[in-house]
Design a protein around this ligand. Structure first.
Ligand SMILES: Cc1cc2nc3c(=O)[nH]c(=O)nc-3n(C[C@H](O)[C@H](O)[C@H](O)COP(=O)(O)OP(=O)(O)OC[C@H]3O[C@@H](n4cnc5c(N)ncnc54)[C@H](O)[C@@H]3O)c2cc1C
Ligand code: SF4
Ligand code: SF4
Length: 483
């Protein structure tokens, strides 16, 4: 009798939530997962944090625990495709007679087996497991109306050219000779890096990557000639993969709200008005200032920082919802500031401070610091004093009933989280986003689940809980499908 092989589970997004869902699924079952991540590294936004609340441990700490879990799991059960995005998903209508499901059906559109990503098991590279569906046998794909028949999904994925391969030892010799620069998006464009670069110290896969938008390729080739490990192939090409998946977990996370849209608060106009995500990078040892909290206009150590809560959040003109973490993020950043610059003062302008459950302790910690002040009131406007670069915040202090004009040398806007909505063509069903772009798991009967901030604004702890929930739903869906 043929052994029934299962289709893998597709996970969109390799942030904390996607990784957690992948681990929970594979540790609790015999299933395999494919994680598709658009960045050249996994780990998501948490890696851009300096530390994370409530324990204030370094951001790579929890990530490294997860990496250890990945490495100690069964080889090949979790496959990561970085620098990759899903282009199209359609539901499989029916299986042909014989009903033998195919295994890891990963093949290129040209019908040629594509190479596997960096961390795929070596025994599986180009092996029969990935060759199972080369001729398209056994699968009859039709467009249907999302009726949740349980036959799974056919997925088309593109992976950007992998110019640097797994031979890379991250020695950095290539970047030394590279003549071209790019804006460092990991640092929210606050500094530059070479066209061949490594995104962060925890980058996994652990290798350099090339920004094709700025690289001069054949007219340069300096990196290729200096690399002693044969790790660079400037002729690498994009690959297209067809995948079959049993069910899907959307864990595509968030992006910061565009603070430039809140015109009265001066972001994009005044250099010393920054956002909370930028503050994380300024505080980070591997950030643009080497971990010193210096203000952007003149590089002076900041002494008097104002945090503006709900910058755009809970506002019908911007984000109508509470992003759930911004109060905690500002309390955390105020603690960074006070630790790094002990002479500094921190002032937090708030509507209400939201620190649910055990996070109240964190609030109390900030409250007990005499150099951290709280002013209840919405900041109406921010202006710059051109000569000094300082900023004036106009607000009403609700508790005293007075209008105030507050002078700060830097302002941090606590901008909210906006869910990412992967631009995927779905011809026969649709992702059921709510009015704000979050994807609740209403599609349970379709085998489509969501996790982390793709589902709702959340901290890491709640994101991981949601991922465990999504993993359980995946396994329940699979069990129900089998009857
Ligand atoms: C300023 C600030 C500070 C914070 N500090 C803390 C803290 O101290 N402690 C805490 O618990 N929480 C904190 N948070 C919240 C925390 O960042 C989130 O809870 C966490 O990032 C959620 O992880 P996620 O995996 O759901 O999303 P993400 O971290 O956003 O990961 C999603 C992943 O999906 C990828 N992706 C997106 N679209 C696609 C696509 N189309 N195809 C493939 N991949 C895609 C992304 O590249 C990313 O890697 C903070 C948030 C902010 C704004
Ligand atoms: S690509 Fe080559 S030169 Fe560059 S870091 Fe990797 S091994 Fe070193
Ligand atoms: S080929 Fe591209 S990445 Fe390599 S050194 Fe030249 S510009 Fe830099």
């Amino acid at each position: 009798m043929n052994k029934l092989k299962e289709k893998p589970i597709l996970i969109i997004g390799g942030g904390f939530s996607g990784i957690s869902a992948a681990l929970e699924i594979t540790e609790a079952s015999s299933k395999s997962v494919i994680v598709v991540e658009k960045n050249p590294y996994i780990g998501g936004r948490v890696l851009q944090m300096y530390k994370y609340f409530p324990k204030l441990c370094p951001s790579f700490c929890g990530f490294e625990i997860n990496l250890r879990r990945i490495k100690s799991g069964d080889e090949g059960k979790i496959k990561f495709f970085v620098s990759s995005e899903i282009e199209e998903i359609s539901e499989i209508q029916q299986k042909n007679s014989g009903e033998q499901e195919t295994g890891n059906n990963v093949l290129s559109a040209e019908g040629k087996v594509s190479s596997l990503p960096a961390d795929a098991s070596s025994e599986n590279r180009g092996s029969a497991a990935f060759n199972a569906n080369v001729n398209g046998n056994g699968i009859n794909v039709n467009v249907i109306n999302g009726n949740g028949n349980g036959n799974g999904y056919k997925v088309k994925m593109r992976q950007k050219p992998q110019y640097v391969n797994d031979n890379c030892t991250i020695c950095g010799e290539c970047a030394k000779v590279c003549p071209e620069n790019r804006l460092n998006d990991f640092n929210y464009n606050m500094d530059k890096q070479k066209a061949i670069y490594i995104t962060n110290i925890s980058a996994y896969p652990s290798k350099y990557t090339i920004d094709a938008e700025v690289c001069k390729f054949d007219s340069c080739k300096k990196c290729e000639s200096v690399c002693r490990y044969n790790a660079i192939n400037l002729n690498a090409e994009e690959e297209i993969f067809d995948i079959e998946a049993e069910s899907i977990v959307v864990a595509s996370g968030w992006k910061p709200y565009d603070a430039g849209k809140i015109t009265n608060l001066g972001f994009g106009k005044y250099k010393n008005v920054i956002t909370n995500v930028m503050m994380e990078r300024l505080a980070s040892d591997n950030g643009p200032t080497g971990g010193k909290i210096l203000r952007p206009s003149d590089g002076k150590e900041v002494k008097n920082v104002a945090f503006v809560q709900c910058a755009g959040s809970r506002n019908e003109n911007h984000l109508p919802y509470c992003s759930a973490i911004c109060c905690l993020a500002s309390l955390k950043q105020s603690i960074y500031l006070r630790e790094k610059n002990p002479e500094s003062n921190s002032t937090i302008f708030y509507i209400d401070i939201r620190t649910p459950g055990r996070y109240e302790k964190f609030y109390n910690r900030a409250l007990s610091d005499e150099k951290t002040k709280f002013i209840k009131g919405i900041v109406a406007n921010i202006f710059e004093d051109e000569s000094s670069g300082d900023l004036f915040l106009e607000a009403e202090d609700i508790l005293s009933g007075k209008k105030i004009k507050f002078r700060a040398d830097m302002v941090v806007l606590a901008a909210g989280m906006v869910p990412n909505q992967p631009a995927i063509k779905t011809s026969n069903f649709k992702f059921d986003y709510d009015a704000n772009g979050f994807l609740f798991s209403q599609n349970d009967n379709l085998g489509i689940f969501s996790a982390g901030v793709a589902k709702n604004p959340a901290d890491v702890y709640s994101s991981v809980q949601a991922s465990t929930g999504a993993a359980l739903s995946v396994l329940q869906f699979s069990a129900n499908k089998r009857g």
